[in-house]
Design a protein around this ligand. Structure first.
Ligand code: ACO
Length: 328
């Protein structure tokens, strides 16, 4: 049986994490929580928090540079930049244009995608479409967040869950005459949204409503329930689209919201936990940055190799959710 025609190919990846690490014990000095509670409920042990002078754009640029180095390319090779973020430096212009300027790329399109924790999946699908149809030849797709700046640090039910960081990939259009020809590339992507679930996970501010940035609000237990069901559903759809079975997946690279969601989703699909890339213990939930951060870590430590079949998946505010099957 012939599978789907591979789309955009992965040429490189990179990461950026602020040097400042905040442990659960440090949080417990300021709010009524404990390392035991946080680890038992979420698997999180620490998070990186942006310091003075560090912003979503600076982290995104750092991750993008690392991805370009990894791909052995220069900014001049890039003609599309997409930044997935819910915490842009400014209401406008797009953070992607700041990254473009900082890198010194040419005048190709640069824009942001706002789908919160699913943002990287949405950005990947958008880049894949443009690369498949001749809209660009090489793209930087970046997930970058500074969620520490929209947290209510007095709300223990949310502030312990999130961290800052950025991850980036370089993608190339299929059909380009390079050494990476063959079966590699994006095989199938599915995206979803359900705006009716707004009140379960949102930020209570914004330019057009309150003229403030606002703070993250979440009904964690209900989000958890939806996450497991939605993710299992979209993973099944992507497998069916690509005509592959769950056993053929070499690595699941999930959004890192909560170790229990990762376990429950893998179990539902019958995927052994050893095949799931986990960074939530050290990064916490970095929203749109979490999938590319996990992907980059596992590529750099040698777990993910060229030719491996990867399942990327995420769910976030909106709700939005999605999955992408990719041959590395
Ligand atoms: N420390 C200590 N106790 C706490 C804390 C804390 N940080 N936070 C809440 N509690 C208490 C609550 O007050 C409650 O106490 P009570 O029983 O006396 O009322 C108790 O712990 C249990 O609270 P629950 O909210 O029911 O705890 P739950 O087991 O559901 O765990 C959690 C909460 C970790 C947020 C979980 O629901 C979860 O992970 N949900 C998914 C959230 C998520 O993944 N969001 C992101 C997905 S989308 C995105 O990434 C944007």
């Amino acid at each position: 049986m012939t599978g789907p025609t591979p789309g955009a190919r992965l040429l490189g990846s990179g990461s950026a994490l602020p040097p400042r690490v905040v442990t659960n014990a440090e949080l417990a000095e300021k709010i009524d929580t404990s390392d035991e509670w946080i680890v038992a409920r979420t698997g999180i042990r620490q998070r990186h928090i942006a310091g003075d002078g560090e912003t979503t754009a600076t982290l995104a640029t750092q991750a993008a540079r690392a991805a370009l180095d990894d791909a052995d390319l220069t900014p001049a090779d890039i003609d599309l930049i997409i930044v997935a973020t819910a915490t842009p430096d400014n209401t406008f212009p797009a953070t992607a244009t700041k990254v473009q300027h900082a890198l010194g790329c040419n005048g190709g399109p640069a824009f942001d995608v706002a789908a919160v924790c699913s943002g990287f999946l949405y950005a990947l699908a958008t880049a894949d479409s443009l690369l498949r149809t001749g809209g660009a030849t090489r793209a930087l797709v970046i997930g970058a967040e500074t969620f520490s700046r929209i947290l209510d640090w007095e709300d223990r039910t949310t502030c312990v869950l999130f961290g800052d960081g950025a991850g980036a990939v370089v993608l190339e259009a299929p059909g380009l005459d390079t050494a990476r020809k063959g079966e590699a590339g994006i095989l199938a992507t599915r995206l979803h949204a359900d705006g009716a679930q707004h009140d379960l996970l949102y930020v209570d501010g914004g330019p057009s409503s309150t003229q403030t940035v606002g703070h993250l609000r979440m009904k964690g237990r209900e989000v958890f329930r939806h996450a497991v069901v939605n993710l299992a559903g979209v993973l099944g759809e992507v497998l069916e689209d690509a005509g592959v079975s769950a056993e053929e997946i070499d690595w699941v690279v999930p959004h890192q919201a909560n170790a229990r969601i990762l376990d429950a989703t893998a179990k539902k699909l019958g995927i052994p936990p050893e095949k799931v890339i986990v960074t939530v213990d050290r990064h916490a939930n970095t929203s749109a940055a979490s999938v590319p951060l996990a992907l980059d870590e596992a590529r750099r430590d040698g777990r993910i190799k060229a030719g491996d079949l990867l399942m990327l998946e995420a769910m976030g505010g909106g709700f939005t959710w999605g999955a992408c099957l990719l041959r590395a």
